[in-house]
Design a protein around this ligand. Structure first.
Ligand SMILES: C[S@@+](CC[C@H](N)C(=O)[O-])C[C@H]1O[C@@H](n2cnc3c(N)ncnc32)[C@H](O)[C@@H]1O
Length: 152
């Protein structure tokens, strides 16, 4: 839970946000985003047991109505409404998601990862102790020489 809160704090999650957790697991990120940070949150989970657990957590935490978990492969989800995306997956899964995130997220959207990173993106903020990385679309994915980074 310490890392979950660190992820949401680093991304500065707030009541204006729609957070997407890709691979929602037991639902702890979506429920914490709603209960402690005031956001609305959508999770995608492909494992049926974890999907059910996430719904129990949503119901018993009181996040019902502001948190949802869908039983769906996140590669097939439309991410364009997300203002924040949280990821605790694997390195190769992050890399596989990178182009989809670049294509579907609006500039300024935040992507926050736990432990695993993106080879081709530059983090904007890092919590080194808890291994949490914040990326911002339109800045982190800007390809340039170091002299002209970030873009003006
Ligand atoms: C390490 S858990 C992270 C859980 C949660 N986000 C957290 O940080 O506490 C990763 C989850 O991603 C799910 N997952 C992996 N690939 C997926 C996919 N393509 N679509 C939906 N869920 C997926 C797994 O079933 C697993 O529950």
């Amino acid at each position: 839970m310490e890392s979950v809160k660190a992820m949401l704090r680093l991304a500065d999650v707030n009541p204006n946000d729609i957070l997407y957790d890709l691979g929602a697991g037991d639902g702890r990120i979506v429920t914490t985003a709603v209960k402690d940070f005031g956001a609305r949150a959508i999770g995608y989970e492909i494992d049926p047991i974890r999907f059910l657990i996430s719904w129990l957590r949503i119901i018993f935490s009181g996040a019902l109505g502001r948190a949802v978990v869908r039983y769906k492969n996140f590669y097939k989800a439309d991410l364009k409404e997300a203002t924040v995306v949280t990821l605790f997956l694997r390195q190769h899964t992050n890399e596989r998601l990178r182009e989809k995130l670049e294509r579907e997220l609006a500039p300024g959207s935040r992507v926050v990862t736990y432990y695993w990173t993106f080879d081709k993106w530059r983090p904007i903020k890092v919590d080194r102790r808890l291994e949490v990385y914040l990326y911002v679309i339109g800045i982190s994915n800007y390809q340039s020489s170091s002299s002209s980074f970030p873009p003006r």
